[in-house]
Design a protein around this ligand. Sequence first.
Ligand code: KIV
Length: 270
Amino acid sequence: MSSQPEKIRRTTVPEIARRKGGEPIVSLTSYHAHTAAIVDRHADFILVGDSLGMVMHGMESTVGVPLDLMIMHGKAVVRGTKKALIVVDMPFGTYEESPNMAFRNAAKIMKETGCGAVKLEGGKRMAETIRFLVERGIPVMAHIGLTPQSSHVLGGFKTQGRDEDTWADHIEDAHAVTDAGAFSVVLEGMVEPLASKITKEIPIPTIGIGASVDCDGQILVLEDMLGLNPWTPKFVKVYGQLGPMIEESVERYANDVRNRAFPTDEEVYK
Ligand code: KIV
């Protein structure tokens, strides 16, 4: 009897949307197949974030990330996973100009990677585009607050909402992306009471990063929480120490090679 192919049942966009106010949504970034396979066993959705430009490719910001790079990493993450919803970031310059341009590039991302949704940055200013995409079958996760692709306009990676006078603007952004049809919204780098207030006001799940425990879910950059970077911002909780582990392993290997202690009889074909 021929064996049945393993059935792939991924978390869907409506399932994430229905988690508003319920069990917190778990998410992490992932950029390649191997780590994504591990994250897949624990997360509800995986973001192939454009932070990969900085984390994987040593760029100074996310501004220089090209579409093809997002597609390449998106494909790897989809291949490595079975269960989580995969969301791929639209990189800077691929969606802001017009809804038509955004549709063309979002469709390319979805067709070539097989992901289930795209994410784009911006509130009120992107509402028309979000509506255009959603009406044409592309699920959109919005991203407001600290939007790294606009860091040049924001004057750096600055926590948003420190001045209460600016809150109305962020709250309007949250309502605008909700009304436009986004199924969820990332709240990045904003003061805790503002993130909490937005979460209570809007009917779609909020995903916090440097935001509030009241958010409907949380996301972190995997490499940050694994301790691969020597420095992490205050909002990152470091759950592992992979950086020092890699350093120590590479040092032992280098010593073994230099001392002719590797390979031993066990590692060679006699
Ligand atoms: O690119 C990214 O990793 C992100 C998260 C910080 C939400 O957008």
